[in-house]
Design a protein around this ligand. Structure first.
Ligand SMILES: Nc1ncnc2c1ncn2[C@@H]1O[C@H](COP(=O)(O)OP(=O)(O)OP(=O)(O)O)[C@@H](O)[C@H]1O
Ligand SMILES: [Mg+2]
Length: 252
């Protein structure tokens, strides 16, 4: 589904990604691990077009996406969440999820100006139904009318994920979805990731929580100092001497 070929990304003299090549298989849950500063978030920033590559190419379903604008890439069906991402605190959970539907946020002159004030548009109604449906299908319907500012940290992280999938992307990139969560919540993140895959969305996850990631991912790529040092099924990665070495003294 996604193929990355010889991607390099430098920030001045710092090489955050060095000749990284890997691919994401459709329908599979891919995991990406690596110590702090190994280039995981930079990888997502390069895929989503937030950062231009220094060299190399990225293809999504055989279309070259490196060099395209971030919004173009998002509209092709690649969505993401951010490490410690935020919701809009003054909106409800449902409204935050609605923001994930680009039809909702895109300007629509006719819909906005030809409608009497205070009359909700048909378009908005449909979008609200869509957002409610996805919240309910993931067991979060009860939270719809709560203010985002009243949510606990873990709940915000969950809603951030729902906002990213409401537009039914083909590929979802999750950056540290379980950060700052307790063990029980981390298990719920793993379950949510599997549910999302079962909805037909391919998922790539970056996580410090090796236990959760090894449990959920079917294929794992390991970065260290911007280089891919290993990839394979979780059982093999857990025993890989290079991976163990990279993590020695960086117990997380
Ligand atoms: N916009 C930027 N400008 C300059 N340097 C950056 C930028 N983004 C990342 N870096 C540097 O690139 C390297 C890789 O950073 P990145 O955020 O990709 O690591 P990471 O694997 O996501 O780390 P963490 O586990 O802490 O989230 C780090 O040395 C970081 O300081
Ligand atoms: Mg990061």
């Amino acid at each position: 589904m996604l193929r990355m070929e010889g991607v390099c990304k430098s920030f001045g003299g710092l090489q955050a990604l060095k000749e990284v090549s890997f691919s994401i298989q459709e329908g599979q849950i891919s995991g990406i691990i690596g110590p702090n500063g190994s280039g995981k978030t930079t990888l997502f920033n390069c895929i989503t077009g937030i950062l231009p590559l220094t060299s190399g190419s990225i293809y999504f379903q055989e279309t070259k996406i490196s060099g395209l604008r971030a919004d173009t890439i998002a509209n092709m069906g690649i969505r993401r969440t951010f490490q410690a991402g935020k919701l809009v605190p003054s909106l409800t959970v449902l409204e935050n999820v609605m923001c994930g539907i680009s039809r909702f946020t895109a300007a629509d002159g006719a819909d906005t100006f030809l409608r009497p004030p205070f009359v909700r548009s048909r378009k908005e109604g449909a979008i609200q139904n869509e957002a409610m449906e996805i919240l309910a299908s993931l067991g979060m319907g009860d939270a719809a009318d709560r203010w985002a500012s009243d949510l606990a940290w873990a709940e915000r992280q969950f809603i951030q994920i729902v906002r990213a999938i409401v537009s039914k992307p083909r590929l979802l990139l999750l950056d540290e979805p379980a950060s700052g969560m307790a063990a029980r919540e981390t298990v719920m993140v793993g379950e949510l990731i599997k549910k999302i895959r079962d909805m037909g969305i391919t998922v790539a996850v970056v996580s410090h929580d090796i236990k959760m990631l090894m449990e959920v991912a079917e294929w794992v790529t390991v970065l260290n100092f911007g280089e891919k040092i290993a990839e394979g099924v979780p059982e093999r990665i857990q025993k890989d001497p290079l991976v163990l070495e990279a993590y020695l003294g960086t117990e997380e």
